[in-house]
Design a protein around this ligand. Structure first.
Ligand code: ZN
Length: 318
């Protein structure tokens, strides 16, 4: 499920396995988490009303990872649905789309990319390094990211001449020091790949972010030891990604850190909204609409692109 489970454990995956019990469990888990979250938001609202709310701003970044993962109509049906949900919530110009060019967006779906730019949203880069034959080879990693950035950037420049891609998100399948070093060499400013406190078992390989505390907000990322938060300014700022609501209930914990802005990074994929038979997944659609509605209730918050949130955070730290 988008909000609750690992990025690779979507509800579509569960449907695929035909495991109804698991789906029921996930749904219950999701409802429970949302109920807790709602309670938290209401409490926060009450606190804010009493004048005891936080001073620092909360930036909410809606991010979409542009993958299809074998789901038919994932992009054809999932994308318009996302546009609709964002429109209904006044989010035009505030959404960050991480494009995985392995799906040939610039060749096959240029109209969707055009629409994203027309809305004033941001196009950024998303790569799955595990799809490389030699995924430990620095040159291959570097080339993969550089090529995708170049494709998306030159597409965008047809409409916005000075367009520059600054943000990156990796798939959870593979991440390494080499990947982070490639990002630094390529001059990326923001990374949003790390999922604090979680680990992923993908194709038998463990990717663990367990050593990054969940309460951690953004930090300067030191590529040579990329999971270790660094207080020393470096080029790349890490804006951790939370699987939708994961980070949100820990707002108060984050608050203790400082008066700096807090960034909540929410994630969805177009394929989450489409079932394996190519039809819209209505329960997931409803759940996601609920997520967006809940995020809108957070006091003292503003929806911005990841780039804007990163810039605001960097500014507060310089
Ligand atoms: Zn992905």
């Amino acid at each position: 499920m988008i909000m609750v489970a690992r990025r690779y454990m979507s509800s579509s995956d569960i449907y695929r396995r035909g495991n109804k019990l698991k789906l029921v469990w996930k749904a219950t888990n999701l409802l429970f988490r949302h109920a807790l979250f709602l309670l938290e938001v209401l409490l926060e609202k009450a606190m804010a009303r009493l004048g005891k709310g936080r001073d620092g701003k909360v930036y909410i970044c809606i991010t979409v990872d542009g993958d299809a993962h074998g789901i038919p109509n994932a992009l054809e049906k999932g994308m318009p649905l996302l546009f609709k949900i964002f429109d209904r919530n006044g989010l035009s110009g505030k959404v960050t789309w991480f494009i995985n060019e392995r799906y040939d967006w610039t060749g096959t779906y240029p109209h969707l990319l055009q629409q994203i730019l027309y809305r004033g949203d941001r196009l950024e880069v998303h790569c799955h390094i595990e799809s490389l034959i030699a995924r430990d080879d620095f040159v291959q990693i570097y080339d993969e990211i550089a090529r995708d950035r170049q494709k998306i950037e030159s597409f965008s420049r047809r409409y916005l001449p000075n367009y520059r891609i600054s943000c990156f998100r990796s798939g959870s399948g593979d991440r390494s020091v080499k990947m982070m070093q490639a990002l630094e060499e390529l001059g990326f400013s923001y990374d949003s790949s790390i999922t604090p406190g979680e680990s992923f078992d993908v194709y038998g390989k463990m990717i663990s972010d367990k050593d990054v505390p969940r309460s951690r907000n953004c930090y300067f990322l030191r590529p040579e030891e990329y999971k270790v938060p660094s207080n020393k300014p470096t080029q790349i700022v890490e804006l951790p990604v939370y699987n939708a609501l994961y980070g949100t209930p820990r707002l108060r914990e984050k608050e203790k850190e400082s008066d700096y802005p807090i960034v909540i990074t929410n994630l969805i994929h177009p394929y989450n909204l489409v079932k394996k038979n190519g039809e819209i997944n209505k329960p997931v659609k409803l759940a996601y609409e609920w997520v967006v509605a809940l995020l809108r209730m957070i006091p003292n918050s503003e929806f911005v692109t990841l780039l804007q949130a990163g810039e605001a955070w960097r500014k507060s730290h310089s």
